[in-house]
Design a protein around this ligand. Structure first.
Ligand SMILES: N[C@@H](CCC[C@H](N)C(=O)O)C(=O)O
Length: 277
């Protein structure tokens, strides 16, 4: 079977995008894993699948597979690329675009004069069972034990599970070593994305994220939102924040409890091709 794909990225968080609106194709986890492989496949952090929606008021179904083949409910950088893709391919001319994911409905707003897209990420969820997190009650800071180290973190669902650690300097943070160990810690029954947050000022942060199912990526949209939201909750940040990731800059806005998070950033196409599976 040969499939046409489009390669896209949001701040270097890169995606292989497939249009399955006309014909469904059941990609297996093993095939997804092969596509994402940077040596034996195309190479990407996530695979994004465009499908038709069955609801009248929703434009598309937006499915997300991590590089390890696991299907997940959220990808913020991917959502911006999704919006750009369905417009560039002429699948819709609606703006905003409404999409359904495993985690709920998202609204994607394309800026008509630039490559920027604003994603309404929905309201963050803090209840442990919603994240999910093995804890009996909601707290702004949790701790877990790793050998003889006590790790302090905040936890939130942005439609996917995030733990956020506050650090003095993201460049010096042990993102890969600690991220890999925390991703699969029993505190996180569905694993978690592990973010490292450095507060530069009340309006500016630096963030690195070890992503569940993909490893450290050079940008994670939902990770940036999780980091900013937990920083605001801890009283360290204002409601409108610039998040600097290794791949570039996002704007994140959150006006507090039960309010939706708005994330704005670029979305770009790099190339198109065909792959035999
Ligand atoms: N890169 C993403 C997040 C992709 C999914 C994540 N790895 C998970 O497993 O939840 C983003 O930009 O949000």
């Amino acid at each position: 079977m040969e499939l046409h794909f489009t390669k896209m990225h949001g701040l270097g968080n890169d995606f292989v995008v497939f249009d399955f609106t006309r014909a469904a194709y059941p990609l297996t986890a093993a095939q997804a894993n092969k596509i994402a492989d940077r040596h034996f496949g195309i190479g990407c952090d996530q695979i994004l699948i465009v499908e038709s929606s069955t609801s009248d008021d929703i434009d598309f179904k937006y499915r997300i597979l991590n590089a390890d083949g696991s299907e997940v409910g959220q990808c913020g950088n991917g959502a911006r690329c999704f919006a750009r893709y369905v417009h560039d391919k002429g699948l819709t001319n609606k703006n905003p675009v409404r999409v359904e994911t495993l985690s709920g409905v998202m609204t994607l707003d394309l800026n008509p004069t630039s490559q920027m897209v604003t994603v309404n990420m929905g309201a963050p969820r803090f209840t442990p069972s919603d994240i999910p997190l093995n804890a009996s009650e909601r707290q702004s800071l949790y701790t877990l034990q790793l050998d003889d180290q006590t790790i302090e973190f905040s936890a939130v669902s942005m439609g996917n599970p995030h733990a956020v650690l506050l650090v003095d300097d993201v460049d010096a943070a042990p993102v890969i070593e600690l991220g890999a160990r925390l991703e699969t810690h029993p505190m996180f029954p569905e694993r978690a994305n592990i973010g490292f947050l450095q507060v530069v000022s009340r309006q500016e942060v630096r963030v690195r994220v070890f992503e569940r199912g993909s490893g450290e990526t050079i940008a994670c949209g939902s990770g940036a939102c999780a980091a900013v939201v937990t920083g605001i909750q801890r009283g360290l940040l204002d409601s409108n924040v610039t998040a600097e990731l290794t791949g570039g800059v996002l704007n994140v806005r959150w006006d507090g409890e039960n309010q939706a998070v708005l994330m704005t950033g670029p979305a770009e196409t790099t190339f198109e091709g065909r792959i035999s599976l």
